[in-house]
Design a binder for this molecule. Structure first.
Ligand code: ATP
Ligand code: MG
Length: 569
């Protein structure tokens, strides 16, 4: 082992000390003691074996956010060391998602596979210094020799091969002389270590798999622990931030770089994000996609960035969520309602209010002239007057929400009923005079009269009405589709399932309901996919890419009712 100046320093007191943000405490300390000459250089290192999810967003915001805050740099690096599971589609989706979240890696887009040659040379260096050997044990034997938490491991019979024999075999491994899995390169550390990761971990395995970037150039591929520290070191990362399960790998991370006597970043672990009603591992999400439980990685019910985006989440809302949850060393599960709170908070300020009737009931305003159409002014967002006004057409025949009328209303029903006056948003006061039914007794139409003096929804005498209803003009309304979503999983913790059952067993059979006969105000006739609105009294909605001219399709992002803020009180 080499110079003491690079020995792992004790950052435990900083990790578990008080203070709002333990990672910043560590960075501040490094800035004070000059370990990295005041540089801050982080990276976000996804493996391109799936789409990014909200947990990755936490890591992205943290890494890019710290770089931004300290005037440092953050790289985007694909950790593409396992060709069996990696695909170009994932690489494309990941770059798009990081950019959409609002982060920029400038010209620092890297691939671990670009370092394969360098890594290989580092491996030969370790062989030469007696720190690595070629082992002929099978994967099963390696596992068996490894021991357990209670029992030490046993040394491989191949552990004491000479340097020249190891070099020769390793070169032949690379040259493709041996079948898959026959030999491995292992670090020579300590089979008696209390830390299982230090018991001669495998560095290279033989796998004939075509890599998305290096094709068939390699038949040996580096293992994560060996590769990751080298990637960080090559890029001269200062703070290598990863999730808590790598805490026990940190000694190995440090060991490799010290054995190579090369630049060593500081690995820092934080608790990964878990959300209620959600699974977060890419493997589980892939199962949902592959087995058809959802329509794809960007299904609006998925916790993926692309799913949340299609659902109507804004980058601002996701960043604000990541800010609010903070970072810590303690694993915990965040209530999904908090994510919803964050999107409401942002959309409340930015989404124009519009009118959409999801379950239409016709209303004829008998006092209103037959062929008249008035264009009424409608304020787009009371939270932000700079968003201005639009006009909505009003005419004799309109639609209201069927649930906004009751024949025999109970006491607390403040909407329309026979003889009762209510306000139509932006329009007039109306009174219900008559209820028309079909043969089966079902209500099919209401007859009302309006107060012509109440244009805009206000009267001079200031008389009060109990309710204000949204509506659309019958001859101007646009028919289209609305997709209402609920949690994909019925239980808080879908992974906590009884033995013998599957996490997919708790999938909510009613996680989507589609309405194809919704009526929208005229301004929504041609919507741009991803445009976000508040449908008055219904919630926030986002135009889906399935929208066609004259047939808008909307995904409900979230209802208006906040459950999270209430939980806090
Ligand atoms: P998964 O377990 O979902 O498959 P992963 O850790 O294998 O995720 P990577 O592509 O290796 O996925 O992750 C890239 C980065 O994102 C890593 O630094 C990882 O620590 C971080 N990350 C992954 N999941 C979460 C999470 N739930 N919360 C915070 N960070 C995460
Ligand atoms: Mg991983």
């Amino acid at each position: 082992m080499t110079s003491s100046s690079t020995s792992p320093e004790d950052i435990r007191s900083l990790e578990y000390g008080t203070g709002s943000h333990f990672i910043k405490n560590i960075i501040n300390e490094h800035n004070r003691n000059g370990r990295f000459d005041g540089r801050i250089h982080t990276r976000f290192p996804p493996e391109p074996n799936g789409y990014l999810h909200i947990g990755h967003a936490k890591s992205i915001c943290l890494n890019f956010g710290l770089a931004r805050e300290y005037g440092g740099l953050c790289n985007l690096r694909f950790d593409d060391t396992n060709p069996v599971k990696e695909e170009q589609e994932y690489i494309d989706a990941i770059t798009q998602d990081v950019r959409w979240l609002g982060f920029d890696w400038e010209d620092r887009l890297y691939y671990a596979s670009d370092y394969f040659e360098t890594m290989y040379h580092f491996a030969e260096q370790l062989i030469q210094s007696g720190h690595a050997y070629v082992c002929d044990l099978t994967p099963e034997e390696i596992r068996e020799y490894r021991g357990t938490l209670k029992e030490p491991g046993r040394e491989s019979p191949y552990r004491n091969r000479t340097v020249s024999e190891n070099l020769d075999l390793f070169r032949r491994m690379r040259a493709g002389e041996f079948p898959d899995g026959l030999r491995t390169l292992r670090a020579k550390i300590d089979m008696g270590s209390g830390n299982l990761n230090m018991r001669d971990p495998v560095m290279y395995r033989i796998t004939r798999a075509t890599h998305p970037r290096t094709g068939d150039a390699w038949c040996i591929y580096p293992m994560y622990d060996w590769a990751h520290g080298l990637e960080d070191s090559i890029e001269r990362i200062t703070h290598s931030i990863c999730t808590l399960e790598f805490e026990d790998h940190r000694p190995l991370y440090d060991w490799f770089l010290e054995a190579l006597d090369t630049y060593r970043p500081q690995q820092i672990e934080f608790a990964r994000l878990a959300l209620t009603h959600t699974v977060m591992s890419k493997r589980k999400l892939l199962t949902l996609v592959k087995e058809g439980f959802v329509a794809g990685w960007d299904d609006p019910r998925m916790p993926t960035i692309s799913g949340l985006r299609r659902r109507g989440y804004s980058p601002e809302a996701i960043r604000s969520f990541c800010e609010k949850i903070g970072v810590s060393k303690a694993n915990s599960t965040v209530d999904y309602a908090m994510l919803e709170y964050c999107v409401r908070e942002h959309l409340n300020l930015t989404a124009p209010r519009v009118m959409a009737v999801l379950d239409p009931l016709k209303v004829v305003i008998t006092s209103y002239p037959d062929n008249q159409v008035e264009m009424l002014d409608a304020l787009n967002n009371p939270e932000d007057e700079t968003m201005g006004y639009r006009t909505v057409p009003f005419s004799r025949e309109i639609y209201i929400e069927a649930a906004d009328f009751m024949d025999n209303p109970p006491k607390k029903f403040f909407r329309l009923a026979p003889g009762r006056e209510i306000r139509l948003k932006h329009a007039y006061y109306i009174v219900c005079d008559d209820v028309i039914r079909d043969k089966s007794g079902e209500i099919v139409e209401l007859r009302c009269h309006h107060d012509p003096e109440s244009r805009g929804g206000w009267t001079k005498d200031g008389r009060k009405v109990q309710g204000t209803l949204h509506w659309v003009s019958a001859s101007h309304a646009v028919r289209g589709e609305v997709r209402l979503y609920d949690h994909l999983f019925l239980t808080d913790d879908p992974l906590n399932v009884p033995e013998g059952t599957n996490f997919t067993d708790s999938i909510n059979p009613n996680s989507i309901s589609t309405i194809r006969t919704a009526l929208f105000e005229q301004s929504l006739e041609n919507v741009n996919p991803e445009a976000r609105y508040q449908f008055i009294r219904h919630g926030y909605f986002c135009a889906d890419r399935d929208s066609r001219p004259g047939y808008p399709v909307f995904n409900r992002t979230v209802t208006l009712k906040d459950t999270w803020a209430k939980l806090q009180k």
